[in-house]
Design a protein around this ligand. Structure first.
Ligand code: HAM
Length: 430
């Protein structure tokens, strides 16, 4: 049906998705660039992996986690394959490692969107961005420390102050059954005090009950047994070593013996960064830990891994709360005001851009007055003006614009057109 014969439908971005326009988009890119810089300084190389994978890659994240049971965007493609959009990156990184077998320890950082069908609200989106880093192929607990220190340096570089590091260990797979038994016994002895939802969770995975944010469960959770009483000698020593390392690097942390993460693959060290200026439901700005069985679960070798991911959107919210890492103020250096009938505006802009100067201008044959207004509004420090007089004399006028601080610069000067690039660069360098 032709669009003229029917009312045109108005579309909006779907719930939990957003358009980021400038300068918010530039702020996000600046954050990612800062992370990339810190990660590469620490010897990480970037991995760019597909945004969708075989569903099976992600079901390994935990049969009893919301991320897998409720939140995956999954569908069947034309070839009858079961596909899912990535809800996080770690599984893809492990799948890529098992497939490509790079030299170990393999250190990879990443940035990009992930997808979860969550109930959309502030700080909780269906498409959100993460930056993160993973190391595969080493058991050395100093790597756990280095990863936490990387996240810590990144936060510091943004200027963030109100982020707290919560640290825990989940022990080895062999430590888990005794701990789960103890948890089961504790909660079963007090079933009446648990919410209905937590009772269901208890059946599937007692560890997950510790993750309940429902107020009635809080008291029982606070009294629950802690994993540190059930650790093997090796897992206990590794945890000690991580704490010593963080202390030596003066990275402050708080032990959180009942911290569990929203994904099932963790072993040994786990951690979360909490933004203390944010609402409790969305205050996790990042998290991570060891996942010593995940690569093997995905058909790879028995190689251990450790890493973290930080939520870009929530990190920026934490920056807002702290009043740091403002959006950049993207302005061009030169605004062209061309009031001739010819193609001067087009040509001058191109000449300056080819010479590496950032330039913009007005369109639609607007008047001198309207173009000067646009030049002012643009915030560009310099206007290049060409009218019929300049055109006849093969010249252009340079006019330093009033700056935000009220400084109006020097007077307008007329210069030969072939000196424009040189003179513009001189003026901008001042
Ligand atoms: P995660 O805790 O599920 O861990 O997510 C990491 C961060 O992503 C969260 O702390 C949060 O800031 C952000 N995030 C998660 N879901 C949303 C959402 N719906 N909206 C906005 N932000 C969100 C992981 O993803 C693991 N892969 C981390 C990891 C890497 N563990 C080991 N290596």
């Amino acid at each position: 049906m032709s669009s003229t014969s029917s009312a045109r439908q108005k579309f909006q971005a779907l719930p939990g998705t957003r358009d980021l326009l400038s300068p918010t988009s530039e702020r996000m890119r600046a954050l990612v660039n800062t992370f990339a810089d810190e990660a590469e300084r620490a010897g990480f190389g970037q991995i760019v992996s597909p945004m969708f994978e075989d569903l099976g890659v992600f079901t390994r994240l935990g049969e009893s986690t919301d991320v897998v049971t409720k939140e995956l965007y999954d569908f069947e493609d034309n070839g009858g394959r079961r596909i899912a959009l990535r809800p996080e990156f770690t599984a893809s990184v492990c799948r890529a490692y098992a497939q490509e077998r790079p030299l170990t320890p393999w250190k990879a950082w990443y940035a990009g969107p992930a997808f979860r069908q969550e109930k959309a609200q502030k700080g909780r989106y269906r498409q959100f961005d993460q930056v993160g880093a993973e190391v595969i192929g080493s058991h050395d607990p100093d790597l756990d420390t280095e990863l936490v220190a990387l996240a810590d340096r990144f936060y510091r570089r943004l200027g963030l102050r109100s982020v707290t590091l919560l640290l825990n260990t989940l022990g080895d797979a062999a430590d888990r059954p005794r701990y789960l038994d103890a948890l089961r016994a504790h909660f079963n002895a007090n079933l009446d005090a648990l919410t209905e939802q937590s009772r269901i969770t208890l059946e599937k995975n007692p560890l997950r009950v510790l993750d309940s944010k429902r107020p009635p469960d809080a008291e029982l959770i606070a009294a629950a047994p802690v994993i540190t009483d059930f650790l093997s000698v090796e897992a206990g020593a590794a945890f000690e070593r991580v704490q010593q390392g963080l202390t030596a690097l003066e990275v402050p942390f708080t032990l959180a013996p009942r911290l569990v993460r929203g994904l099932d693959y963790y072993t040994r060290t786990t951690f979360e960064f909490a933004g203390t200026g944010l609402e409790a439901a969305q205050n996790a700005v990042g998290g991570g830990g060891r996942y010593d069985g995940l690569v093997a679960d995905l058909g790879g070798p028995e190689d251990p891994g450790v890493g973290f991911a930080l939520g870009v959107d929530r990190t920026l919210m934490a920056c807002d709360a702290d009043g740091v890492f403002d959006a950049p103020n993207p302005t061009v250096d030169v605004w062209i005001v061309a009031v001739t009938d010819g193609t001067e505006g087009l040509e001058l802009a191109e000449e300056l851009r080819r010479a590496g100067v950032s330039v913009d201008r007005a369109f639609d044959g607007r008047s001198m007055k309207a173009q000067m207004k646009a030049a002012n509004r643009s915030g560009a420090p310099l206007a290049v003006i060409v009218g019929e007089d300049e055109l006849a004399a093969d010249s252009v006028s340079l006019r330093p614009m009033r700056r935000a601080d009220g400084h109006s610069g020097s007077e307008q000067t007329v210069i030969p057109r072939d000196q424009m690039v040189t003179r513009v660069k001189e003026l901008l360098a001042r």
